[in-house]
Design a protein around this ligand. Structure first.
Ligand code: NDP
Ligand code: 2IT
Length: 444
């Protein structure tokens, strides 16, 4: 059996009931076959793949907190410190009832290669909890965040592990987490990114994942002889990534016609009104169904269906496995030419293969959504030098990073004979740097 197949089998055996982790490992290792085959003897002796698929450390702990009725609630907290070969662990904290160890491990594993692709000195990690911020009061969210950080602060620090936002963790949660870290440790340091601008945050971090997705997509379109202006774009999600992806796509002259949340989706043939969406989502923390109050001509549909509309470009920006094989078929049938992932692993392996084999240009999340973590690394730099850069400075660096990522993975795909396969290109380009650092650092 080949080394890649052996390790995939091992991962499934050693981590039963973690399907998302299996999926992420399979996608990456399948892409690495040409590199692994060319170095099989050395990689086996070094147990390189076994080391790559095993987190350096995984933490799981109790988070007790008191709700507004005086009732004690208990959630489970996680932090998976996956790989520190190229820098301190870096990656977000997800707060969503679906969170479990397998989901955090898939996200941490992806983060290792994504962070490598940014070209910046950050290792990979991820954390979160099954706590659901929806419907909770600000005080309840604060109580939870303070309890989470009371335990987490023992394992993180500006030079060891630097968490940030992800689903359910935005500016409010980062503020409460930062305050508790400072209070317990007595240190004012850049231990989290995505901070508020008044206490060490970076301009353009809020916009960075969505904007970066569009900088990447634009470069990929140019390389394929296409232009983003005038295109119809379907976006899923209505959170941090989706909103700023839609904003930049609109700024680039495309028309965004959809957004979605966990209860339904909107279709606005005239182009989504982002001021309305920001008010609904960022200010009121309400449901997308309210969008019709702002734009009576728009459609609101309960449930799934965002991929059934006619579009040139699809940008899945909500969550994992939200674009399935039937969605891929509908997109192809409707003439979609490009899919670029704003979320982490939103497209199943089957759907990805269907899109690629039907001529759709496909950009994997670990490359296309790397602008968020890249700008987090820029926030770390600013904190270290105790200076703040202007929006324009950060945005210019972000653009450069996304353009470079595209060309690096394009080159890696070509080098191994997979021209145009950006999944293979991203996995190989991300892997090569991590492997180089791991081998240089000996058995650790
Ligand atoms: P937010 O919490 O801001 O928004 C998430 C959006 O996706 C919401 O509209 C939410 O709807 C929807 N959503 C979440 N879970 C589900 C689900 N199970 N089914 C249907 N819809 C769902 O998160 P972000 O925008 O920050 O993150 C979105 C994706 O992007 C995630 O995959 C994340 O890992 C990834 N990402 C985020 C980065 C960042 O910097 N924030 C960086 C790189 C990737 P509802 O509000 O109804 O739950
Ligand atoms: O998935 C991701 O890259 C993020 N949620 C952002 C991580 C970060 O550290 O900014």
């Amino acid at each position: 059996m080949s080394y890649v197949d052996e390790v995939i089998e091992l991962v499934v055996k050693q981590n039963p009931s973690e399907p998302e982790f299996h999926q992420a490992v399979k996608e990456v290792l399948e892409s690495l076959r040409p590199v692994v085959d060319a170095n099989e003897e050395k990689f086996r002796r070094e147990a390189l793949l076994e080391r790559i698929v095993n987190p350096e450390r995984q933490l799981k702990f109790r988070i007790p907190w008191v709700d507004d009725k005086g009732q004690v609630q208990v959630n489970t907290g996680y932090r998976v410190q996956f790989n520190s070969s190229i820098g301190p662990y870096k990656g977000g904290l997800r707060l969503h009832p679906s969170v479990n160890l397998g989901i955090i491990k898939f996200l941490g594993f992806e983060q290792v290669f994504k962070n490598s692709l940014t070209g910046l000195p950050i290792g990979g990690g991820k954390g979160g909890s099954d706590f659901d911020p929806k419907g909770k009061s600000d005080r309840e969210v604060m109580a939870f965040c303070q309890s989470y950080m009371t335990e987490l602060c023992k394992y993180i620090g500006a030079d060891t592990d630097v968490p940030a936002g992800d689903i359910g963790t935005g500016a409010r949660e980062i503020g409460y987490l930062f305050g508790q870290y400072k209070r317990i440790k007595g240190v004012y340091e850049g231990v989290l990114t995505g901070k508020g601008l008044s206490y060490g945050g970076s301009l353009a971090r809020k916009e960075a994942t969505g904007y970066g997705l569009l900088y990447f997509t634009k470069e990929m379109l140019i390389a394929n002889g296409m232009d983003i202006a005038g295109k119809i774009v379907a976006v899923s999600g209505a959170g941090n990534v989706a909103i700023y992806a839609a904003e930049k796509a609109t700024e680039m002259g495309a028309k965004v016609v959809t957004l979605s949340d966990s209860t339904g989706w909107i279709y606005d043939a005239e182009g989504i009104d982002l001021d309305a969406v920001k008010e609904i989502k960022e200010v009121k923390r309400a449901r997308l169904s309210e969008y019709k109050n702002y734009r009576p001509n728009a459609e609101y549909h309960e449930g799934k269906g965002v991929w059934t509309v006619k579009c040139d470009i699809a940008l899945p920006c909500a969550t994992q496995n939200e674009l399935l094989i039937d969605d891929a078929k509908a997109l192809v049938a409707n003439g979609c030419k490009v899919v670029a992932e704003g979320a982490n692993m939103p497209t199943t392996i089957e759907a990805t293969e269907y899109l690629q084999s039907n001529g759709v240009i496909f950009a994997p999340g670990k490359a296309a959504n790397a602008g968020g973590v890249a700008t987090s690394a820029l926030e770390m730099s600013q904190n270290s030098e105790r200076l703040s850069w202007t929006f324009e400075e950060v945005d210019a660096k972000l653009q450069r990073i996304m353009v470079d990522i595209f060309h690096n993975l394009d080159a890696a795909a070509k080098k191994y004979g997979f021209e145009g396969n950006y999944v293979v290109g991203a996995n190989i380009a991300g892997f090569e740097k991590v492997v180089d650092a791991m081998l240089a650092q000996g058995v650790c």
